[in-house]
Structure formats: C-alpha cells, structure tokens
Design a protein around this ligand. Structure first.
Ligand code: MEV
Length: 317
C-alpha cells in the first residue's frame, strides 16, 4: 500500500448519437482533456473517510444521493481484499454535474484508478470500465457505457454498446464551443423519457434509426474533412432530439442564436433536458464571438475546443 495515490479522468461530449446509442446505434464521442476530475487517497490511522463537493464524512454514512459512489468504493475494497484499510479519499472536479459532460463517470473512473494505484494493483481497461459501471448503473439505470468509455479515452471514439470502442482520428481544422446553460439535466430521466416515447409513438423508432444513420454520415465527414456537412448533420440531430422531447427551450434558443451568428451547426450533447449545447465553427475567432454572444444571453460557462481534440498526456489505461 502506498502512503498516497491519485487517479484522474476528464470530461466528455457526445458529438453524435446520444440516446440512440442506448438502442444499439453508433455514437461519436470526444474526450475533453482540459476539464478534469482528480481523486486523491491518503493512508489514515483509523476510519474510511470521503470528502467531495457533495459530502464529507465516513464512507459508511454517505447520504442516498451518494449511494452509487459508496457502492463503487465498497466493491473495489472487497475485490482488493482491503475492506478494513483506513484511508481518506478526496474528489476534486472541474466538471459541472448533470450537464451531459460525464461528471459521474469521470468520478468513478478516477476513484478506481486511485485505489488501484494506492494498493499497487495493475488494472486493465476492461476492468476499469467494469468497476466504473457499478456506480454508473446505480446513478443512470442501464447506461450504454459510453460515458465511462469516453472519460477514460485518450482519443475520440466510435462507440457501439457492448463492443470495444474504436479510436477515430480527427484532423479537421474546426472548433467546437461547449456552452453550459446552467440548467441541470438528469440523464436517467431523459433516458426514461425516450423509453416511454418509444413505447407510445412508432415514429420514435424511426427517429432513433435516423440518429444512427446521421452518426455514420458524420464519421465519413470526419474522414474527408467536410465541416459544412457536419454542421448540417448536427442541426438534423438537434431537430430529432427535440422531437424526442430531450431538448429544452434554452438549448433551442442558444442553438438558433449560434446559427444566426455564423455557427456551422449546433446541438445538445449528452442526456439533454438542460445541460450543454455544442456548436461547430470554422475558426477560433468565430468560436470566440459565438461564446461571447451566448454568455451575454445567459450561458454560465463556455469552453472552446479544437475539433481535432485529443488526449495528450494522462493515465495508461
Ligand atoms: C449520456 O451521456 C448519453 C445517453 O445516450 C445515455 C447513455 O448512453 O447511457 C443519453
């Protein structure tokens, strides 16, 4: 056992394929390496303590809202035969919660990495994802696994539920603006909403298939550098996601505003019903201009990312 250890993870956005990915369609997901979650664990004389923005106290006394994290830590301790080891664990995260940016998955991944490091254990990527799924299942109820796969990936990925994610290179010279509306959007509720929609409206099934087709076309656009068409595909996705009932009036308003001000495309990202919007722009000055305008209209935060984003330094698995 080490005296102390850390584990890291980062934010994610879904470029194409949220919700349809739950039903077996492909998704394109991007790691956002500059927005991080860091977990540090220190050896202690007695007790097992957790400290985060949401709770500080004994592991055994975590509130209901933190049950997923409690379950995850207990599972790791049991699997590593360390149930009685005293420690203090601290979660520090820059990822806003419930905005579709992978905050819960990033916390889970960073916790698993930190414990395996603390106890000198090797960890495969498959094992990392299996353990992160313990809290993700509890928090989101039947997640596709895409969040944990992306927040632990160094590269953009093509994700199909149940399959090994494929790294996809992106060379395009374009920029994304990630726009935080400040409105909480609970992924679990949004997924439930789409499920009910599918049960009562046969058009919803076509919409899910169409989102899958759009993701495939977007992959071709990424391969041949067609930013203009990528923008159209983002707008088409937003129209379908709106129809499925997972947009929000503020997301729609921000999308319209971004397009009026030169964005190539705009759509929600993640579960929706609040959370973040992403817009594609052809240059950094255009991205800056759109970010400023959306902040003037109430966005609480914006981040500008080159589309050819990647993970430059980080952890091995
Ligand atoms: C959440 O980031 C993405 C959803 O597609 C749910 C999931 O994939 O589990 C809405």
């Amino acid at each position: 056992m080490r005296k102390s250890a850390t584990g890291q993870s980062h934010a994610k956005i879904i470029f194409f394929g949220e919700h349809s990915v739950v039903y077996g369609q492909p998704a394109i997901c991007l790691p956002i390496s500059k927005i991080k979650t860091i977990v540090s664990i220190k050896g202690a004389d007695t007790g097992q303590h957790v400290a985060s923005k949401y709770f500080t106290g004994a592991l055994s006394e975590m509130p209901d809202s933190q049950t997923g994290i409690q379950l995850l830590i207990n599972t790791i301790l049991v699997e590593l035969h360390q149930e009685k080891t005293p420690f203090t664990l601290q979660v520090t995260s820059e990822i806003p919660a419930e905005r579709g940016m992978g905050s819960s998955a990033a916390t889970a991944i960073a916790i698993v990495r930190a414990f395996f490091h603390f106890f000198h254990q090797s960890l495969s990527h498959a094992e990392l994802l299996r353990l992160a799924d313990v809290s993700e299942q509890y928090i989101h109820g039947n997640p596709s696994g895409l969040d944990a796969a992306t927040v632990s990936s160094k590269t953009p990925i093509w994700f199909v539920k149940g399959r090994r994610p494929q790294a996809i290179p992106i060379k395009q010279n374009a920029f994304l603006v990630i726009v935080d509306t400040g409105i909480m959007g609970q992924t679990g509720l949004a997924v439930q909403h789409v499920k009910s929609k599918l049960a009562g409206d046969h058009h919803a099934e076509e919409d899910i298939e169409m989102l899958g087709k759009i993701a495939k076309q977007a992959r071709s656009c990424l391969a041949n550098g067609d930013s203009q068409k990528l923008g159209f595909l983002m707008n088409d996705s937003q129209t379908i996601l709106s129809k499925l009932g997972v947009s929000h009036p503020i997301l729609d308003q921000f999308a319209t505003l971004a397009l009026k001000n030169g964005a190539l495309g705009a759509k929600l990202t993640g579960g929706g019903m609040g959370g973040c919007l992403i817009t594609l722009t052809s240059s950094k000055p255009s991205a800056k201009q759109i970010a400023t305008i959306l902040e003037q209209h109430g966005a609480i935060h914006t981040w500008i990312e080159p589309l050819a984003t990647g993970y430059h330094k980080g952890e091995k698995n």
